[in-house]
Design a binder for this molecule. Structure first.
Ligand code: FAD
Length: 459
């Protein structure tokens, strides 16, 4: 049956080479970085799609979805597969819809909006945008590989978020075009507030086929690493730079020791026993930043011009969730949480966490701006994992003391902490995927049409 579906879809595309059935390739394209979580590893190891389809246009996606709808074949969209929560891992087999070939940049408009396909790599978009004086507002540390569609489907923010907020803020995603999973798939454009129906829905309620993404005017950036004897000094200084509007920054990341000892390629910039801050700062403010850091008791361990993603060292390669990757390379027992501390009591919250969990939690701060324009200490702390119970205790304790947690150890949209309380993603799924065939199992509050009908008749 499965190969019949593959054959039928190859005929629909008119190109056998874009329907991949080789088991090793299908397995590779069914995985993402869920293995950062020991909890998800247990749940998701061995989950694979049946075959991979590689469309190049929205019209082809309409044809593929029409067939899959008629034959009840599940479809899991895939960008570059760098997600962390098994978002792109198919739970019920079916088609892995690999969007990497939809990688056209249509235009970088003079008003600073990029119009592109979902498979465009964020790094390519950044490079193109820079040619006309623009740059991404925010991007994940996986920029080189991650796709724009995958970032909208599963990401939240990253480098740049300290100045521009996350993907969902400040109208950064101007519009998205989606293809629906219906008997006659439609092409629908969501703009303004309606983009939130699709953003971070893990591809469960429509296939994103075109994106209008707002950019920021490009800045000439420099990188700077500053070490402090103690974490509290580093935290104070980084918070100051992150929150003072006068500093033009793209990245403010603070690590307590021994996190920076995991960064093997840049160890020379991470003095033993010290807390470290990595900055991306406007080049015309670099000298001022260095002076301010020294006055606050810091030692500049590295500074230099940032010349794009090929810059060496590339400090952003050690920030956001890359920090966790470096820790995992050193000791596979490490995992992580995604937190938001309360700026008014962050020091007290960290003190209480240290008191209760000791070195089981290591502080890695990522300052971010929220949708109201306030900069706060976001964090991706490292967690030394022992048991799931202990991890859940830590999450519960964080919430008890007012630390927000977007739990990265769950495999559904609702559990991750970035679900919208107004249920707009669910409502869009009910309209666009009534049979529940898009990335099934990932939106747990959704009941497919037939089940709803069955439930209704049994009542
Ligand atoms: P994928 O993993 O392929 O897909 C992500 C989700 O979107 C899946 O549910 C998929 O089904 C869905 N999807 C993909 N394409 C489409 C489409 N066209 N239409 C509808 N749904 C679609 N994330 C951050 O936000 N910030 C970070 O700083 C960050 N750092 C990271 C660091 C490391 C080392 C790793 C491993 C991950 C990190 N991530 C981060 C997570 C991830 O890299 C980003 O969210 C990235 O943007 C995902 O893009 P992708 O193309 O790999 O998406």
């Amino acid at each position: 049956m499965i190969s019949d579906h593959a054959k039928a879809l190859a005929a629909i595309l008119g190109d056998e080479s874009r329907v991949v059935t080789q088991p090793q390739v299908v397995e590779r394209l069914s995985r993402d970085f869920y293995w950062y979580s020991p909890v998800l590893r247990k749940q998701l190891d061995g989950k694979v799609g049946d075959f991979v389809v590689q469309p190049v246009t929205a019209a082809e996606i309409q044809n593929v979805l029409r067939y899959c709808h008629a034959n009840r074949v599940p479809v899991t969209p895939r960008g570059a597969g760098t997600g962390n929560y098994g978002q792109a891992v198919p739970l019920h087999g079916g088609v892995v819809l690999d969007l990497a070939r939809m990688d056209q940049i249509e235009e970088i408009r003079p008003d600073g909006v990029a119009v592109c396909g979902p498979g465009v790599r964020l790094g390519v978009l950044e490079t193109e945008a820079c040619k006309t004086g623009w740059e991404l507002r925010c991007y994940p540390s996986t920029i080189a590989k991650a796709s724009v569609g995958g970032f909208l489907g599963g990401g939240s923010g990253g480098i740049g978020s300290v100045a521009h907020g996350g993907l969902r803020d400040f109208n950064t995603v101007r519009a998205v075009e989606v293809v629906t999973m219906e008997s006659e798939p439609r092409v629908v454009v969501h703009d303004g507030e309606a983009v939130h129906e699709i953003l971070h829905a893990w591809g469960t309620n429509g296939l994103i086929t075109k994106i209008w993404l707002a950019l920021a005017p490009a800045v000439e950036w420099s990188q700077c690493a500053v070490a402090f004897d103690r974490f509290d000094q580093a935290f104070d200084f980084s918070e100051r730079v992150a929150t003072e509007a006068a500093w033009t920054k793209r990245l403010v990341t603070t690590f307590e020791w021994p996190i920076s000892s995991f960064f093997t390629p840049v160890k020379q910039y991470a003095p033993d026993g010290k807390a470290l801050i990595f900055f991306l700062i406007a080049s015309d403010q670099l000298a001022n930043l260095e002076q301010a850091a020294r006055s606050a008791g810091g030692e500049i361990t590295y500074s230099g011009a940032y010349q794009g993603l090929r810059t060496i060292p590339l400090l952003s390669d050690y920030t956001w969730n890359h920090t966790t990757l470096w820790a995992l390379k050193t000791d596979p027992a490490y995992t992580y949480l995604q937190c938001g501390f309360d700026p008014a009591i962050a020091r007290e919250q960290m003190r209480r966490l240290r008191e209760k969990f000791g070195q089981e939690i290591l502080f890695h701060m990522e300052f971010m701006k929220n949708g109201s324009g306030k900069v706060f200490p976001g964090a991706i702390p490292l967690v030394y994992y022992t048991t799931e119970e202990r991890l859940n205790d830590m999450i519960d304790f964080c919430r008890e003391i007012g630390v927000f947690v977007a739990n990265p150890h769950v495999n559904n949209v609702e559990g991750g902490g970035r679900y919208r309380a107004d249920n707009v993603q669910l409502l869009a799924k009910m309209r666009y995927d009534p049979k529940g065939l898009l990335n099934p199992g990932k939106m747990v509050t959704f009941q497919p049409e037939s089940e709803t009908a069955e439930t209704a008749t049994t009542r």
